[in-house]
Design a protein around this ligand. Structure first.
Ligand code: MG
Length: 192
């Protein structure tokens, strides 16, 4: 593809972040799920570590693309702009539809088995913001609930792997300053 036809990564990153915000989901909402999933296994873990992990996951192109596709379909369904029968399937969150789970699963697979099992758990238990999205009667969140579960699961997996590295160094998350603001204030990478 010619260079000038490419979409710049920054545009995709920004669009994915805005899509989540527009649909009422914040990084902090997702981080709260991650914290709940990981705090029993990670001494010293703070919500800020989880926020940072969610931000890292949100930098992945696969994740951004699935957010853009899923949120767009939710929004089109809400405006009744899809054609029959897809409109009905998405709008009613038809149990056997499954494409919402499949799209969200794509990015989970890049974060390994902990992400996969956490994703399955969240799909079943619907924790935090996922529960709110699931029980909102007016808006269509057929894709969004799975996307949020997927991002949370990936961020939880990152933390689990980071914890193992810390243990082997005789450390815990207490050793990592939980800074989140600013471009270069990040948890050192463990999985890329
Ligand atoms: Mg769904």
């Amino acid at each position: 593809m010619k260079e000038q036809n490419r979409v710049h990564s920054n545009d995709v990153t920004k669009a994915a972040q805005e899509a989540l915000e527009r649909r009422g989901v914040t990084i902090e909402d997702i981080a709260e799920i991650v914290y709940e999933m990981q705090v029993p296994y990670n001494p010293g873990l703070k919500i800020e570590h989880c926020i940072n992990s969610v931000k890292r996951v949100m930098m992945k192109r696969e994740v951004q693309h699935s957010v853009l596709v899923g949120v767009e379909l939710d929004e089109l369904a809400e405006k009744k702009m899809l054609s029959y029968p897809l409109q009905k399937l998405v709008e009613t969150d038809e149990g056997l539809f499954g494409v919402d789970e499949t799209i969200a699963l794509g990015s989970v697979l890049t974060y390994g088995s902990i992400a996969l099992t956490t994703y399955g758990h969240l799909d079943k238990e619907k924790i935090g913001i996922i529960k709110k999205l699931d029980t909102n009667g007016v808006k269509v969140h057929t894709f969004l609930d799975d996307l949020v579960g997927s991002i949370a699961a990936c961020a939880a997996s990152r933390i689990a792997h980071r914890m193992r590295d810390l243990e082997e160094e005789g450390e815990t998350f207490e050793a990592i300053p939980p800074v989140v603001n600013g471009e270069d204030e990040e948890i050192p990478e463990d999985d890329e």
